[in-house]
Write a protein of this length. Structure first.
Length: 342
């Protein structure tokens, strides 16, 4: 590395001297604005970069371009929940492809920590902020400067002041009921999650719409509310299957509750799907590991994350509607069949 002290970090000027070109030419090549530069010159510059082990000074680039190529990513509990990892991957994958970085903070639903994290990320001059929630919910987002774009994923504000990307839970609830209806089931029970939850309310609405479209009486296809946990799925299944005209299909609030339903049905000596069809919700890894593999509704976490990253990088957040919805779709596996007696 002739002419460069061993303790010094190589500069763009050093690369230019080694390749016999100006620093401006080096900059054009590094920023893919080299259409008018010959292939031979480009090859020399790239060889000089490799020889000198040159790395661009991101801080200097940020000052010059007015951006830092970093995105502030705030979560509530997503970073510690395994099945929502695809949302993080969706955001990270695209941002990495664009040579940008995420600065992530897990706020654990602590409002003061969220406020402090937003302030800290703003102090670090992030180009934009993305907030993602574990379960779709209302959030109170701290005030931010008008020149910093912000986007919510799986969350929304009371006044819709920040654009939000949400799962279409109403369509997901309707997809679940339409799936078992298409198989011929007419005695169905929906063992839902927590009644106040935004997702539960939307899924119940989709379920009722599907029943009404098929001309079925909702009173004869009851809804039970649980807590999204295995024990709840077990208890509600035992309750629903005690009816004189017991259901031939069970729709569960999530895959955890579906696992509870599997245990209850096994205790009752009933086979899935020969005696009872079961549909879950979420499509977490557990769903494919159950025996039989669970038919479920998939929440598009990866797509939601990637879409958020795309709009952030393209600087098109301001073109989004206040709420955008991504489709929740059925994943067909082995836990549903036509009913035996219908």
């Amino acid at each position: 590395m002739a002419g460069i002290p061993s303790s010094s970090r190589p500069t763009m000027a050093d690369v230019g001297r080694t390749a016999g070109v100006s620093p401006t030419t080096v900059s054009l090549i590094l920023n893919n604005r080299d259409a008018k530069i010959s292939a031979a010159t480009r090859k020399r510059v790239l060889a000089a970069i490799e020889e000198l082990d040159y790395r661009p000074n991101r801080a200097a680039q940020g000052l010059r371009l007015g951006k830092t190529s970093t995105i502030g990513f705030l979560t509530d509990e997503i970073a510690i929940q395994p099945f929502s990892g695809p949302m993080i991957a969706g955001i990270h994958d695209l941002i990495w492809e664009q040579r940008s970085l995420l600065l992530m903070v897990n706020t654990t639903r602590n409002q003061s920590r969220l406020t402090a994290a937003v302030e800290d990320l703003l102090d670090r001059q992030v180009d934009a902020l993305i907030f993602a929630a574990m379960g779709t919910r209302l959030v109170e987002f701290p005030p931010i400067p008008a020149n910093v774009p912000a986007l919510l994923v799986n969350a929304y504000t009371a006044d819709d002041s920040i654009p939000a990307i949400l799962p279409d839970e109403l369509a997901g609830g309707r997809a679940a009921i339409e799936h078992v209806l298409s198989l011929g089931h007419r005695r169905i029970a929906f063992l839902a999650g927590r009644e106040p939850a935004w997702a539960t309310r939307a899924r119940v609405k989709g379920y009722l719409e599907g029943l009404q479209a098929a001309g079925l009486d909702p009173a004869k296809n009851p809804i039970y509310f649980g807590n999204y946990r295995i024990d709840s799925g077990y208890e509600l299944t035992m309750q629903a299957m005690q009816k004189r005209h017991r259901p031939t299909a069970l729709l569960l609030g999530n895959d955890q509750m579906a696992a509870g339903a599997y245990l209850a049905l096994a205790r009752m000596g009933l086979q899935i799907p020969d005696d009872v069809s079961v549909v879950g919700y979420d499509d977490e890894p557990l769903a494919a590991d159950l025996a039989p593999a669970l038919t479920t509704v998939r929440i598009p976490f990866y797509e939601m994350g990637r879409l958020a990253a795309q709009h952030t990088l393209d600087q098109t957040i301001d073109q989004l509607p206040r709420r955008s919805y991504e489709a929740c779709t059925i994943v067909h596996r082995s836990s549903t069949n036509p009913p035996r007696d219908e």
